[in-house]
Design a protein around this ligand. Sequence first.
Ligand code: HEM
Length: 408
Amino acid sequence: MLKFNLFKWQGSGKVYTLPWLRNRLEYSSDPQRIGEYAKTSFTRSRFVMKMLTEFHLSKNSIVVSEDDHAMWLKRISRAHMPADEAIPLIAHDLMDHVFPTFESHQEQQSFQVTDKLVREIYRIMLDKMLKVNVLKPLDDYIETTKFPHGSRPMVLEGLMYSLRLHMPFMRPVRYFLDCLFFKKSLYMKRVSSKLEQMVYDFSIPRPNSWFSTLVELKESGKITRLQFRGEITSMLVSSFSLASAMGYALLCLAARPQYQRKIQEDPGFAKYFVMEVLRLYPPFRQFGYQQSDVTQGNDKAGGVSHEFMIPIFELHRNSDIWENPKKFYPERFLQPEVAKGFKYMPFGMGKRSCPGRNFSMILLTQALQYVCSDKSPIHIIKRDTLPRGGSGRLLSFAIEDTISYRMK
Ligand code: HEM
């Protein structure tokens, strides 16, 4: 039957093949198997690269470049990351913008999580990572633009990939499908390309900034014009990941007010709270690797490509590893070994793992500490439910939900 010929399962159900494309993908949320794989020499999988390149915002940034280029550029960019000591102030500033203060102590204010956080975090990324002074036209554009989460469900992107819709000559078909079903994706592509141009036209790079370094690299021919633009879009993409984590963290805080008191009494606990948020709601829901020696054009050596996918959402909720996996329980991280042994990896693993990890962890922790402290002028209003966290997307951009607060 057609159904059985199309999808062939092997072994314990973790190896998945599409015989008609001769592709072989292994899916695993078993820490032991991931640990074995981690001992080999691996890099980002071509499958994930192609999905990111063709179906997401950035076609030419570090994320979708080959190892040599990525390692080289990551090393240069590291010097431009904010110093650890500077991050608390960035976090306080961010929260003051996200929760603007107002006169009345009775009135409740609300905002839409995705829009507000992406906008404010994007401003932080321009100011503190790219290190530019934003001019009014750009600031106005950021202020008036909506930043919805607009990606397609993962299963569909996988299917589109399998049907070769990522190939350049299929661009009209992709465009047609997007026009019909995924207008938000098209809209976000337009916004990101407009932002690339506006950042170039309406911002002033500070001396020795990441932006001026990128301009120098472009002018000396060390990166192409498209790679330069890709790194500008990278700021927007990172803002989405961070806004997703921050949004979930604030919503979890509203749903579990006892932790507001706990963090106030013991600020160090905020770190475990953030870890639990990233366990239950990892912004990247899945990533994939392949052996480093499998080069482009030769990724089907022997008729198969050895791609290893980690569905992080499932790994982080695997009941064989986590006690009461669906329970929001940050205390579980008080025992450090609970996160060890390839059970917990919101920032990926290996040489292509996230360079924004340290910055994100400190920023998230400091933001929560500030919101829960006496210094913060706001009080987050209790909500009844934890946010829902679907597993259907390769990247879960910040979610659409509302948070309410009032002045203390
Ligand atoms: C909580 C927030 C964030 C999470 C959960 C996150 C997670 C991830 C994950 C899972 C990957 C892929 C890792 C892999 O394939 O092994 C990644 C890659 C990456 N992230 Fe993040 N990220 C976050 C914030 C940021 C920020 C703020 C930046 C900006 C500095 C950033 C920059 C990058 C870059 C440039 C890559 C590509 C690295 C490469 O290709 O070698 N991320 N991130």
